[in-house]
Structure formats: structure tokens, C-alpha cells
Ligand binder design. Structure first.
Ligand SMILES: *[C@@H]1O[C@H](CO)[C@@H](O)[C@H](O)[C@H]1NC(C)=O
Ligand SMILES: *[C@@H]1O[C@H](CO)[C@@H](O)[C@H](O)[C@H]1NC(C)=O
Ligand SMILES: *[C@@H]1O[C@H](CO)[C@@H](O)[C@H](O)[C@H]1NC(C)=O
Ligand SMILES: CC(=O)N[C@H]1CO[C@H](CO)[C@@H](O)[C@@H]1O
Length: 302
């Protein structure tokens, strides 16, 4: 009897904490705009972070919001970004291009802290039953690099590992560390990364730190569009564009303020376009060649 219990417990512990998940709206929906009620939402966040797939999970984590559009095709994986058994944000990852499509997170202010030097990878992209936590490449992972980018793919490429969830939008040391995973990065023109894109990240952060952060829940999605070239022996796609959008969500789950931005991934020093989220949706549908694309759930529109 005790043995059986142990087996069941073990099953729950290992089975429930997967990081590459079937449905990230259910597993870590707290990073998407449009949850049921902001009150439940705060509770759900704590419980989801400690995870382990027990009953709480269904009850509370359901309160999460809706993710941006997902594509069909088995190359796309949903990741609840897990570091030391805590979820920090969600990433939709393209294993064929070995870059993310987007990362979604809740903006809760920022903290200036040191940047770590090491980049994590996501073991479960290459081996289903690997650890649910992001880890360094020096672990023994079967098929390492078959479905994701590795550090060496960037090393001689001249491209930066461009963050989607940026360091600049994080409010704790661990939060920052959790952004240093290659599943949250794509090859970015170094001058663009250090130039216009960085200015935009700061501007958004400054802007949101006032009224939005005080009165609303702030959700951000940042993504890239695959481009025509790949680096490192045709392994990792170089995005043609980087884009981002924010939504300051009020008590009624409406985006009170929102804005979308999209910039070309080169360094002609052009300011990223500053447009409405609707205009960004239309532009992204064109670029991804899909019928429609939604960065936020329609029900959150004002
Ligand atoms: C953001 O940029 C715009 C124009 O580029 C500027 O007018 C505005 O003051 C900036 N806002 C913040 C908070 O930096
Ligand atoms: C960055 O963009 C500039 C301008 O388009 C270009 O000259 C440079 O080669 C690009 N860098 C990389 C790594 O492609
Ligand atoms: C974007 O446009 C809005 C509305 O015109 C403006 O308030 C904001 O400062 C602009 N932001 C940036 C980063 O240029
Ligand atoms: C971030 C940005 O570029 N601009 C926004 C700043 O915040 C106000 C609301 O507080 C929005 O209206 C702007 O679009």
C-alpha cells in the first residue's frame, strides 16, 4: 500500500512538471492576457509556479489567459519556461527553424542586475523525458541540438543572441536568469540589438512603469518572423523582423492601453514601426502567411 502510494506520488511529481507541454494556456496561462478574474489570477500564479500537476492546477490555472495564435504543425512546441521549478514566462518554439515564434510574459517592473554569462537550453525539446528545468548544454542529453539552437550555432556567426523576453523587463535576479535560455533568443543584428531595439525596450519599460503598472496587469508578447537565411550550416534561422506588443489589462479584462511595434532585423538604424495591435496583427498575418494572427485574445480588446 505504501509502496503503491509512493509510485503514485512519483508519477505525479515527474509527470506533472513537464516543461514542453501540450497546452501552455492550461499549464502556465498566467503569462497571457485575458484571464477570468484578476483576483483568481494572482492566486493561480503562485500555485502554477510550484506546479507538480495536482488538482490545484486544473482549478486555478484555468484562470490563465489566451495565448497568441498557434500554428498547425508538429514543429511548434509550447514551453512553460521553468527554472528551478518555477515558471517565469511562456515560449512558443519552432523546432525546425530553431528559433522561437514568440515569448509571452507579465511585466512587473524592472530591476537592474548583472547579466549571467551562460545560456541555458531546453532539454525536453530533444528528449521527452528529460528534466523539466532548463539546463546547461554540458548535461548528457540524447539528441542534443536536433530540435533547438545551441551556443556553438551562434559563436562564429556575428549575430547576437537576441532576447525576446528582455533582461530589461524583469524584476528579480532569477527572473533575469530565466531569460538566458536559447529558446528565448534568435539571431539578431548586433547593431539593431544594441541600437533601436534596445531603445524601444527601454521606452516601453519606462512608459509602462507609470500608470499601467500601478493600475493594470501588464502583458507583453515579443516575437520574430523567420527570414530567408540560416546560420551555422543551415541550422538556425535569421529572423527578418522582431516585433513586440503590450496590453495594460483592466479589471474587466480589457486592454486599456495597447501598442504594437515591429522592426526589420538589420541595422539601417530605422526606428521600429509604432502601430496599433490590430495593425500589427494584420502585418503579422501577412508575414507569417496565415489567414489571421492575433497577438492578444479578441475579448481583451477595448
Ligand atoms: C518613448 O518614445 C517617444 C517617441 O519616440 C517619446 O515621445 C516618449 O517620451 C518616450 N517615452 C518614454 C517614457 O520614454
Ligand atoms: C547588420 O545590419 C547592417 C546594415 O544592414 C549590415 O551591414 C551588417 O552586416 C548586419 N550584421 C550582420 C551580423 O548581419
Ligand atoms: C508610440 O505611439 C504612441 C501613440 O502615438 C505614443 O504615445 C508613444 O510614445 C509612441 N511610442 C514610441 C516608443 O515611439
Ligand atoms: C509605450 C509607448 O510607446 N507608449 C504608451 C505609453 O503609455 C500610454 C498610456 O499610459 C500609451 O497611450 C502609449 O501608447
Amino acid at each position: 500500500m505504501t509502496l503503491l502510494l509512493h509510485v503514485v506520488m512519483l508519477f505525479l511529481l515527474s509527470g506533472g512538471s513537464a516543461e514542453v507541454v501540450q497546452n501552455f494556456e492550461l499549464k502556465c496561462g498566467q503569462f497571457f492576457a485575458g484571464g477570468k478574474s484578476p483576483t483568481t489570477f494572482t492566486g493561480s500564479q503562485q500555485i502554477c509556479q510550484t506546479l507538480h500537476g495536482d488538482d490545484y492546477y486544473a482549478t486555478y490555472c484555468d484562470a490563465g489567459g489566451k495565448s497568441p495564435t498557434r500554428f498547425s504543425g508538429s514543429q511548434y512546441k509550447q514551453i512553460c519556461q521553468n527554472l528551478n521549478n518555477r515558471y517565469y514566462y511562456a515560449t512558443y518554439y519552432d523546432t525546425k527553424n530553431r528559433i522561437p515564434v514568440y515569448s509571452a510574459y507579465k511585466f512587473e517592473g524592472r530591476l537592474s542586475c548583472e547579466r549571467p554569462n551562460n545560456w541555458y537550453i531546453e532539454p525536453q525539446l530533444d528528449t521527452d523525458n528529460a528534466s523539466p528545468n532548463m539546463c546547461f548544454e554540458n548535461q548528457n542529453i540524447q539528441g542534443l541540438g536536433e530540435h533547438q539552437a545551441l551556443n556553438r550555432n551562434y559563436d562564429n556567426s556575428r549575430y547576437h543572441r537576441g532576447h525576446l523576453v528582455p533582461v530589461y523587463h524583469r524584476n528579480s535576479r532569477e527572473c533575469v536568469e530565466a531569460t538566458f535560455t536559447l529558446t528565448n533568443a534568435a539571431p539578431q543584428n548586433s547593431s539593431f540589438n544594441c541600437g533601436q531595439w534596445r531603445v524601444l525596450e527601454k521606452n516601453i519599460s519606462n512608459n509602462l512603469t507609470g500608470q499601467c503598472l500601478e493600475m493594470y496587469s501588464v502583458f507583453i508578447v515579443t516575437g520574430v518572423v523567420p527570414g530567408p537565411t540560416k546560420i551555422s550550416d543551415n541550422k538556425v534561422n535569421v529572423p527578418s523582423h522582431f516585433w513586440t506588443a503590450f496590453c495594460c489589462l483592466d479589471q474587466n479584462n480589457k486592454c486599456k492601453f495597447s501598442r504594437g511595434f515591429i522592426g526589420v532585423n538589420d541595422n539601417k538604424n530605422i526606428t521600429p514601426l509604432n502601430i496599433t495591435v490590430n495593425a500589427l496583427n494584420e502585418r503579422l498575418a501577412e508575414l507569417y502567411e496565415v489567414e489571421s494572427f492575433k497577438v492578444f485574445d479578441s475579448s481583451t480588446e477595448p
